[in-house]
Design a binder for this molecule. Structure first.
Ligand SMILES: [Zn+2]
Length: 332
């Protein structure tokens, strides 16, 4: 038996679940934040019953893998893309998934037979990055998770901020263009950062550039019938395709406007950029930093560090695990 597995056997582990707008990632995590088994599932286009069944099956797969190796699972933590009533564990409102008005914590605890802890997915991402990652050791931080939509997390005065009802820190719904396109899902606003700079917005911008520049890598991918998705755009951008790089830069420019607002409002030490789209790396971060250097107020703009999530697209899952470890009083 490896020493890693010995750790699990002696201390147990928890399962962290990041439920995104399009996919779920679950992982078995020990108190030292080692990930021992991962499961992913598509989460798009399911009704509530099918979605809950899928979640139970994914957690079951991870649990079976751990218990099959004589490990022990003590609790499950969830990061879900919802406004959450933390006291009751209720999913109050969700932009992207059919889980509004659901007593999510109690339903999952009953179906899984384990203690369950739940928070907003961007809050769990912020939690992982603040405690162990790119924002470790600071008292003022913000995080944007760029995926299907844009989630937000805030640490102010050395504490995670959720607002008076748990509905705060929705940084993806700050307006960056007053007469911009309608925000997707259940948001009644227009021109939100999420409408301009999400993974979906990146796909849209890339599609426009592909049609405009048929000789580019993006244009050729479109002509070949490939779906112009965020991951493809990121891949082509890393390969040096100018059209794909431009698409990422457009999104980075809008994110820069959003980060300017955060810098002027909060004077943060660190702004962490995470979610699937951070796979674009410096191609995304440089345009953000350029806009902040040009348009945010001094001295906050010189002070702030704008950095990628240490845990990449796994911050939300790891933070959900940290939530569960905290919940059962494990020294993570
Ligand atoms: Zn919005």
């Amino acid at each position: 038996m490896s020493s890693l597995w010995s750790t699990i056997v002696s201390t147990g582990c928890v399962i962290g679940v990041d439920l995104g707008g399009t996919k779920l990632l679950a992982g078995a995590v020990d108190p030292a934040l080692n990930v021992h088994h991962r499961a992913t599932r598509p989460a798009h286009g399911l009704d509530q019953a099918a979605l809950l069944d899928m979640i139970v099956a994914a957690v079951g797969e991870v649990r079976d893998a751990i218990e099959g190796a004589s490990g022990r699972v003590d609790a499950v933590g969830f990061g879900i893309p919802c406004m959450i009533d933390l006291e009751r564990g209720m999913a109050v409102m969700s932009i992207h998934l059919p889980i509004a008005d659901l007593p999510f914590r109690d339903v999952m605890a009953e179906r899984l037979g384990l203690p369950v802890f739940v928070d907003n997915d961007a809050n769990t991402a912020m939690l992982a990055e603040w405690r162990f990652g790119a924002a470790a050791g600071v008292r003022e931080a913000a995080m944007l998770t760029i995926g299907t939509g844009i989630g937000g997390g805030l640490v102010v005065g050395g504490a995670l901020q959720r607002g008076s009802q748990g509905a705060g820190a929705e940084l993806g719904h700050m307006v960056v263009q007053a007469d911009g396109p309608p925000c997707p899902g259940n948001c009644p606003n227009r021109g939100c950062l999420e409408a301009m700079a999400s993974g979906n917005a990146l796909g849209r911008e890339a599609l426009r550039l592909a049609a405009e520049r048929p000789q580019s890598g993006l244009g050729e991918a479109l002509a070949a019938g490939r779906a112009i998705s965020g991951p493809l755009v990121t891949e082509l951008a890393h390969d040096g395709d100018a059209a794909a790089i431009d698409a990422v830069a457009v999104i980075g420019g809008w994110l820069g406007i959003g980060v300017c607002n955060l810098v002027n409002m909060l004077n943060p030490d660190v702004v962490v950029i995470g979610g699937g789209v951070i796979a674009a790396g410096e191609l995304l971060l440089e345009p953000i930093r350029a806009v902040v250097a040009e348009r945010a107020l001094s001295p906050a703009r010189e002070h702030v560090r704008i950095v990628p999530a240490r845990f990449g697209a796994e911050s939300g899952m790891l933070g959900a695990a940290v939530l569960a470890l905290d919940g059962i009083g494990s020294p993570s």
